[in-house]
Design a protein around this ligand. Structure first.
Ligand SMILES: NC(=O)c1ccc[n+]([C@@H]2O[C@H](COP(=O)([O-])OP(=O)(O)OC[C@H]3O[C@@H](n4cnc5c(N)ncnc54)[C@H](OP(=O)(O)O)[C@@H]3O)[C@@H](O)[C@H]2O)c1
Length: 240
């Protein structure tokens, strides 16, 4: 879709990739960016970037009452970026069920319910796009992130279902599979990381170019090539 002159909404916009997405959308000429966060006070800096175009919105993606108010708060939206996410460490054998639940609430039901809330608005505005920020470990699991992998794999599955359901409504659906990104979420992961600004720019470019599956950094692009060639080899590599 043509991002310039469109209104977009980004969840989890107060820090990390979400914050960079707001900047990338402003740079790409978005008419307005609804920056959504659990705590609007955390959006002060990002709103100050461009007070005429950034609108702060309170949104916890697990809060059904706040989700129900979204269509009134963002009536002109045409691009939804489901970015908010959480990562809890733990293996399939020892991770507390409460932590698995939290990963599913935010990473699976969050984007699903936010999309359900805003798809009718996007359709009414003439169509547009929904972007789900997943992860490269949706393709193959890392055992120490068992609940996170599973939640993102489930979200990838919903992403594909939504693509089928929303195509006829003029809404493109994009999946994004980042590798490690230099944000709070990955702070304790000792791997080379891409900057959130670079990842956000690649996401916005991918949407503008109409790419359904976006691999926004060199690591994710290379893992995707390996996975296409031999997905079992990637599974073994991640398990190790
Ligand atoms: N960093 C990576 O290496 C990496 C790699 C692949 C994919 N991703 C994905 O990229 C997305 C952004 O991650 P990040 O790296 O920017 O992480 P981050 O720095 O930890 O930021 C996470 C964002 O999600 C928000 N959030 C968490 N729970 C929420 C809820 N219930 N409702 C609304 N917002 C909520 C946080 O808000 P608060 O400030 O209120 O907590 C924060 O704004 C996530 O979906 C993540 O899974 C990240």
């Amino acid at each position: 879709m043509n991002v310039s002159n469109a209104a977009a909404l980004v969840t989890g916009a107060n820090r990390g990739i979400g914050r960079s997405l707001v900047k990338a959308l402003l740079n790409a000429g978005a008419a307005k960016v609804y920056a959504a966060a659990r705590n609007v006070a955390d959006l002060k800096d990002i709103a100050a970037l461009d007070p005429a175009r950034v609108v702060a919105v309170k949104l916890d993606v697990t809060d059904r009452a706040q989700l129900a108010r979204l269509p009134e708060l963002a009536p002109d939206v045409r691009l939804l970026i489901n970015n908010a996410g959480v990562l809890d460490f733990g293996t399939a054998l020892d991770m507390p069920l409460e932590a698995i639940d939290r990963n599913f609430s935010v990473n699976v039901y969050g984007p699903l319910l936010t999309t359900r809330a805003l798809a009718p608005v996007i359709e009414r505005n003439g169509g547009g796009a929904v972007v789900n920020v997943l992860t490269i470990v949706a393709l193959a699991s890392m055992p120490a992130l068992a609940g996170y992998n599973a939640s993102k794999a489930a979200s990838w599955s919903f992403t594909q279902s939504l693509r089928g359901s929303l195509a006829a409504k003029g809404i493109a659906v994009h999946s994004v599979f980042p590798g490690p990104v230099d944000t709070d979420m990955a702070a304790s992961i000792p791997l080379q990381k891409t900057s959130p600004d670079d990842v956000a720019r690649a996401i916005v470019e991918g949407v503008a170019e109409g790419r359904e599956d976006i691999f926004p950094d060199p690591m994710s692009a290379s893992v995707y090539q390996s996975w296409r060639a031999d997905h079992k080899a990637v599974e073994r590599q991640f398990a190790a």
